[in-house]
Design a protein around this ligand. Sequence first.
Ligand SMILES: *Cc1c(COP(=O)(O)O)cnc(C)c1O
Length: 360
Amino acid sequence: MARVFNFGAGPAVLPEEALLEAQRELFDYKGCGMSIMEMSHRGKEYAAVHEEAVANLRRLMSLPDDYDVLFLQGGASAQFAMVPLNLLPPNGVADYVNSGAWASKAIREARVRGRVNVIADTAKDLPTRLPRPEELAFTDGAAYVHITSNETIAGTQWKSFPRPAAPLVADMSSDFLSRPFDPRAFGLIYAGAQKNLGPAGCAVVVVRKDLLDRCPADVPIFFRYKTHAEENSLYNTPPTFTIYMILLTTRWLLAQGGVNGIAERNRAKAARLYAALDGSGGFYRGTAAPEFRSDMNVTWRLPSEALEEKFLKEASARGLKGLKGHRSVGGIRASIYNAFPPAGVDALCEFMDEFRRANG
Ligand SMILES: *Cc1c(COP(=O)(O)O)cnc(C)c1O
């Protein structure tokens, strides 16, 4: 069976090269007589995988030495809790931008732990949008400022990042390594693996080393970043197969010209799709304000829910899968992460044109 075009938001499409390599190595990893999944996480084969995955991530970000790269379980949602546990002192306040569904979840977790100041709230705005830098009034002495670089459900993406005095913390789950960014602008970055990096099973956390010492003493040892930083993410058994797949994905990314190379391809894919929306005479209506349109998750509506249902059904029959918008907002969403092939965007645009002519 041929592979379909998978527009799913996550877990999401992986590079074919990475899948085929994993398949080749699955049964007998490098002559060891067992798969990578069955080996000790303390052995030399797995150690090489772990080291190269970290090194590739560092290379892709041009990460300075005063930052650590961690693999932590519990996905991005665990980071919603770990960030305030580690960085929000009992008498402190943290600034959060509420830009949509994911930011809201991060805020809920932070409020369990301490004081939160929501410094901008665009979560309910339509068209969906993000605050402009001048709309942000940072709290003096805030412990950190939290943003969501790409709102996966709303289809919005920060095009430039704020520069607060406090450490900037970003949930980059749905656009990590999809475009260049300056890691020095951030105190901490986290990203669930299952969108742009690999299968589900862990979050990559990039943390500036001086922040590791801010963790209050009442935080359980396991939930301290420092615990995992000191043990190179081997404090306990890490999700070894997920990290192995991250290794294969980062090798593929490096072969695409790194983050600059993939960003160019991502911009071209998104531009093609947005041009199809804008050129449809209003039949397809993009839901994000143009200046905040995401290159990763493209969201739009049709004239009626009945037409949306028909659109999804016919698209699926053509092998264009996973286009249904998030259950909280409806509509259509095309997630076109790093590994999503340009040919899939071409196929979608062709289908959209035909569908509009038949139903418009
Ligand atoms: C998917 C997603 C999450 C949640 O990730 P989990 O790994 O399921 O916890 C958080 N933030 C953003 C921006 C996401 O896209």
